[in-house]
Design a protein around this ligand. Structure first.
Ligand code: NAI
Ligand code: MG
Length: 365
């Protein structure tokens, strides 16, 4: 049966890097490796220009019906003044919310060929392969009350509220344990139970889910501040790190800098498993934004977007072998010395988006 892929290239370099992913999908279809049915929509500034909203209802319906969504990037100076509710990012937030994409997966992989571009020494990061599993729809960013109130004496008081319920922690813990089973079988659960009630519940629930369902996976509890320190001190000790929305935001950005470049980092956002079909909603996107400074120049690095397709193959379509092959193709092209501007050392020759995309496709073939 064919699988529905919904493409939302978005703004800036989004369409440029998505073109390279489309070429890979087309080849997979023509070679009989897959039967992907693709459709394309507008999101962000592109949707605003066409429909005066950040994503149209028609495209939302297609997104809901798709087996997986590939998302480029949104935003740019052109849309800085559009009404707040229609700003480009609103389209992405709506997708995350309506599809209930609660599990954000951010791998941090350091390719040996790029180890010198890391913020850390080569020996500390070479061969690094971490997966951060961040809870994406709860916690401090969504908890209420969330307000700034002016006090009687004229001072202001700002409140954000960290809220987690048992089912929210259970479902993200299960995602982390399941993923660990396909990797090095070790989950680090990161919170601050020493100072936060939500941390106490987090640790308690993760411990119970582990004992009841995943006793064969190794579990280590680690305080979030220590986790940040260890990521910089000895990152290769980690396999899967599961954490809340706020700590995950910070830890995943820190981990990103261990790998060399923003143009290299893919991500996945997964929804709940459908009890009947076992399938889940999912959106795959590069970590980087729309890069207005290089838009239209044909120099954007397509690897984060291509890596996002590899994650879709692995997590939405169970095509593990193809996902591994596509990632190996990326590693090979880098080992061969091909560089886009963002990952080139000073004075090193560079290639553009199309040449990099074509080289990865050729290595994949
Ligand atoms: P950015 O990630 O777009 O760019 C930061 C720097 O990294 C720029 O110098 C850019 O040229 C470079 N860069 C990013 N991706 C690259 C790639 N694939 N190849 C080569 N170089 C690359 O972040 P910035 O500049 O803070 O934001 C630009 C716009 O993107 C803003 O409108 C922002 O709101 C939006 N944005 C959108 C995101 C999304 O769609 N999920 C995420 C982050 C930012
Ligand atoms: Mg962040």
């Amino acid at each position: 049966m064919s699988k529905k892929l919904f493409l939302l290239p978005g703004d800036g370099i989004g369409p440029e890097i998505m073109a390279e992913v489309k070429a890979i999908i087309d080849w997979m279809n023509s070679a009989g490796l897959a039967k992907f049915e693709t459709d394309e929509g507008l999101v962000g500034g592109a949707a605003y220009d066409a429909h005066q909203v950040s994503i149209s209802e028609g495209d939302m319906e297609k997104a809901m019906a798709a087996d997986a969504i590939l998302f480029g990037a949104v935003g740019g100076p052109k849309w800085d003044k559009v009404p707040y509710e229609h700003r480009p990012e609103a389209g992405l937030l709506r997708l995350r919310k309506d599809l209930d994409l609660f599990a954000n997966l951010r791998p941090a992989i350091c390719y040996p060929a790029l180890a010198d571009a890391s913020s850390l020494k080569r020996e500390v990061v070479e061969g690094l392969d971490i997966l951060i599993v961040r809870e994406l729809t709860g916690g401090t960013y969504f908890g209420t009350p969330k307000e700034i109130v002016t006090l009687e004496n004229g001072d202001k008081r700002a409140v954000d509220t960290q809220v987690y319920t048992t089912p929210e922690i259970e479902r993200i813990a299960r995602v982390a344990f399941e993923l660990a089973k396909t990797r090095r079988n070790h989950v680090f659960s990161s919170e601050k139970h020493n100072v936060m009630r939500s941390g106490v519940l987090w640790k308690e629930v993760v411990t119970r889910v582990h004992a009841e369902e995943y006793a064969d996976v190794q579990l280590t509890h680690i305080l979030a501040d220590n986790c940040a320190m260890q990521l910089v001190r000895n990152p290769k000790q980690f396999d899967v790190i599961v954490t809340d929305n706020l700590f995950g935001d910070i830890l995943s950005d820190a981990a990103a800098m261990l790998t060399g470049s923003l143009g290299m980092l893919p991500s996945a956002s997964l929804g709940a498993e459908d009890a009947k079909t076992g399938s889940r909603k999912a959106l795959y996107e590069p970590v980087h934004g729309s890069a207005p400074d290089i838009t239209g120049k044909g120099v954007a690095n397509p690897i984060a977007m291509i890596g996002s397709l590899a994650m879709a193959l692995r997590y939405s379509f169970g095509m593990i072998e193809e996902a591994n092959k596509l990632e190996a193709a990326i590693a090979k092209v880098l080992a061969d010395g091909l560089r886009t501007g963002d990952i080139a050392a000073k004075g090193e020759a560079t290639v553009g988006t199309k040449d990099m995309g074509a080289a990865v496709l050729k290595a994949f073939q």
